[in-house]
Design a protein around this ligand. Sequence first.
Ligand SMILES: [Zn+2]
Length: 315
Amino acid sequence: MAKRNGKPTKNENYQFQKLKMCKKCQRYSVLKDPICPVCGKYYKKVDQLVRKSVMKRFILEAIWILTVTGLAVLFAPTAQTIYYLAGGVMFCISYIIVTSIFLKSEYHYQLKKRLRKDLRKIQAGIRFESNLAKEAESEGQLEAAYEKLCEIGDFVYSDEVKIRQVIVLNKLPLRSGVEPELERLIPSSYDKNFVKYALKVLKKNRARFTKRCITYFIRNREKIMIDFGEDALIAIADTALRMKLYILEFSSFIEEFLPDLPKERIQRLCSIILANPDLDWGSLKVRTIELIGRKYRNDPDFKRFLVNERIISRA
Ligand SMILES: [Zn+2]
């Protein structure tokens, strides 16, 4: 599975630059495959097709102006030929300068016009490729199906495409050496498949759990509790302890699961609180002090925190 970051490549700064077209089938494509699977012809990039047609029109107009100027000079009275010639050349130069200035905006206008006009064709093309991904999935070619869905997902930001990617990812093992994707796949509402995948990622790479991901779990905690049990939420509280900023942001959520967190996490939390006495830890600080006093009073690992208990309480 190729490492993906969901960002356009160096030469593809805009979403539409991924869009290609088979001129023979008049079908649009967003997949990276350079050849149309229906007729075998090479796809043409849509932005290049539009650029070419704008340039072609520009050149045709220039030729037309030159021809008219040439004819005017040819049939001009002999004494005035030089004036006709100078006028024609001036007109041509001004035309080229003015058109060059507006060429870029004309290109964007024509591109927008074309995308708007062919919207249904583009949707049909994406549907066709979505079915190709479905076929690959049903034939067991999971990595190929995932790649296709990612290509579509770079173009269409919908929950449906995200969930389809997650379903395929749930069937694939997590590759070592490849950072699993998570943030890009977060759907807008609760989805069991996504939570299942996120928990799978959490086991392998806690660092992939960003603020957005933790927020998603907290927002959907009731449904996650029903489908995955309390352990899933404890694991999220645990991962939120990774960073000082997350602890501050999710302090009340962490506080709820404090008694269920492993000893080393509580140790880490105590160290962070002790090292940052000026920060507003809210009731999390009080609960942490209570917990170590109750659960770890005789634990030598907590001795330094107990010595500092009064310092922590005062901080
Ligand atoms: Zn074709």
